[in-house]
Design a protein around this ligand. Structure first.
Ligand code: SAH
Length: 203
């Protein structure tokens, strides 16, 4: 998976690849999908949600340009897979999940696997997660109709927000970099994500 799907497509950062080598993806995918865990595709994780294709997860994480000392926010914990990867690449990870049962399962799995620098919060992450803000990076695993303003506001200066945003019925992966009170936008590629629910999502 790491060589064929990620490195060969141009993501060759050593720390990123090493994180993917260390996290057992088959323990995070939904029951019955274990044998397909390392295939080049998204997979179901229950509650009508999906874990993204490995390359897309790698691309989004690489866009955060992590040094290793950041405090991060992930919106959409899902299985906890991406949170586990992030925990290898940053100092502290806060991840918010709106489906309470998914939050509970992910927290249990991450604890069982010994990830001590990840905290799973149950709630609406479309408004960010104020108690631990600001964040060096924010990454969103579900697509919203527009960029949720609180996610921008909860970035440190120089911090990066990576998220899919709906645009004329297509979704675009975007990056926003905070520069004081300004935000520089970059459009990366088109993607397909489940909808972001909640106050700053689809409701
Ligand atoms: N990062 C996950 C994949 C998540 S799929 C992984 O590695 O497995 C998207 C997740 O976002 C789903 O679990 C969905 O329930 C959650 N979600 C949708 N809207 C949300 C919101 N407003 N706040 C927090 N989580 C949300």
């Amino acid at each position: 998976m790491v060589q064929e799907q990620i490195a060969r497509r141009g993501l060759t950062d050593e720390r990123l690849l090493s994180a993917f080598e260390q996290v057992p993806r088959h323990l995070f995918v939904g029951e019955g999908s274990e044998t397909m865990a390392y295939e080049d595709m998204p997979l179901p994780i229950g509650f009508e949600q999906t874990i993204s294709q490995p390359y897309i997860v790698a691309l989004m994480i690489s866009l955060l340009q992590l040094d290793g000392d950041e405090r991060l926010l992930e919106v959409g914990t899902g299985s906890g897979y991406q949170a586990a990867l992030l925990s290898h690449l940053a100092a502290e990870v806060h991840t918010v999940e709106i489906v309470p049962e998914l939050a509970r399962q992910a927290a249990a799995k991450l604890a069982e696997l010994g990830y001590t620098n990840v905290q799973v919060h149950s709630g609406d992450g479309s408004a960010g997660w104020l108690p631990n803000a600001p964040y060096g990076g924010v990454i969103v695993a579900a697509a919203s109709p527009r960029v949720p303003a609180p996610l921008l506001e909860q970035l440190v200066d120089g911090g990066r927000l990576v998220l899919p945003v709906e645009n004329h019925r297509r979704q675009l992966l975007k990056v926003y970099v905070r520069e004081g009170m300004q935000y520089a936008e970059q459009v990366i590629t088109s993607v397909a994500f489940v909808p972001l629910r909640g106050k700053y999502g689809w409701g």
